[in-house]
Design a protein around this ligand. Structure first.
Ligand code: SF4
Length: 353
């Protein structure tokens, strides 16, 4: 085990590896992911569907569904100057994990309707979440519940406490889920595609809301998304994932203005730009993300990469390389820039190595 360094990171994930043990074989959904979430900052994890973003987020709180399991790595959690704890050592159903989950770290999911029970009023669910982590009686918890609904922008909160989820819109349900997530005043909010199922206007409102709440409470946010427009709006730092690995990390401005990894460049090339002509076609990334059980040899991005170097990229998986202060990229172009010729091919002597 690596000794823990003094750090301003609230959450530090190191070498996280989460596998799914299926009848067809082992699926390496998350394959050695390292990232940090500094106190008070928003870190966005971005990538196409199937890149392991959600499994990474769920691994932090022991919420990986069977037959998945964290098989390696460390998840260091530091709160309020207390000694760091490795969440990867806690059992998913352990008392310690229950205390952290919802109390210190909360999670909001993509489908608010599915996350709320239609059997109970939103007030009952909110009161339960509050009383799980705070020593309040029912009346005090109800007052706090109404206050939380007000804070997340729900009008007439006292009335809404008696509503059922099916009586509310999707955007309203997501606000309720955020209120539940905030119930115990978490130091970290993990938001897993919280706006994907919502219309564009509601999406923008929810993003603004998370931003405002963060400014108000000082909590950190780990935001999972495939939407780079959202990333540009809320991220301090960006982690780009591809096929279960982190391929690039850096500050939001660096990632947007000077992306180092071809996958990051391809993702950026596929978002619409203000001022682009209406007839201009967006670049798309060729092909699809392969299934993790069908992982290509060498660099996992090589079959789709326009910069792939024959004889190199299909042979070895490049390591993470430091490409600037606080920045890494996992690409041979940065590791072996001097080996590649003007034709984009590896020199013959290097191929024979
Ligand atoms: Fe492309 Fe090669 Fe870099 Fe992978 S290592 S991203 S294939 S250039």
């Amino acid at each position: 085990m690596r000794p823990v360094q003094a750090s301003d990171a609230l959450l530090e994930i190191d070498g996280l590896t989460t596998h799914f043990f299926t009848r067809e074989g082992t699926v390496r959904a998350v394959d050695g992911v390292s990232l940090t979430v500094p106190a008070g900052k928003t870190v966005c994890v971005v990538g196409e569907s199937g890149c392991g973003k959600s499994v990474t987020a769920r691994s932090v709180l022991g919420l990986v569904d069977e037959p998945g399991r964290v098989v390696a790595g460390e998840i260091w959690w530091r709160r309020d100057g207390q000694a760091p704890v490795d969440l990867a050592r806690y059992g998913p159903k352990s008392e310690e994990m229950r205390r952290v989950r919802g109390g210190e770290i909360s999670m909001v999911f993509q489908e608010p309707m599915a996350s709320l029970s239609p059997m109970y009023t939103v007030g009952a669910q909110l009161v339960e979440a509050i009383r799980l982590h705070m020593p309040l009686d029912r009346e005090q918890a109800r007052e706090r519940a109404a206050d939380l609904l007000r804070r997340v922008g729900i009008p007439r909160p006292e009335e809404r406490l008696d509503a059922y989820s099916f009586q509310l819109s999707g955007g309203m349900c997501q606000r309720v889920m955020i209120a539940i997530a905030l119930a115990a005043g978490p130091a970290l909010l993990i938001a897993d595609e919280p706006t994907t199922a919502l219309d564009v206007t509601t999406q923008a409102r929810i993003i603004d809301l998370i931003h405002e709440l963060q400014a108000e409470t000082g909590m950190s946010v780990l935001f999972i998304t495939h939407d780079l427009g959202v990333v540009a709006e809320i991220a301090d730092e960006v982690v780009v994932m591809y096929l279960g690995t982190v391929v690039e990390r850096g500050g939001v401005d660096e990632i947007f203005h000077d992306p180092k990894h071809p996958y990051t460049r391809a993702l950026l090339g596929s978002i619409p730009r203000m001022g682009a002509g209406t007839g201009q076609r967006l670049a798309t990334i060729r092909g699809n993300v392969p299934h993790p059980s069908d992982r290509p040899s060498g660099c996992p991005f090589h079959p789709r990469c326009g910069d792939a170097v024959a004889g190199l990229c299909d042979r070895s998986d490049p390591p993470d390389v430091r490409v600037g202060p606080g920045r890494t990229a996992r690409c041979v172009l940065h590791e072996n820039a001097d080996l590649i010729g003007d034709d984009g091919q590896l020199g013959a002597e290097e191929v024979q190595r």
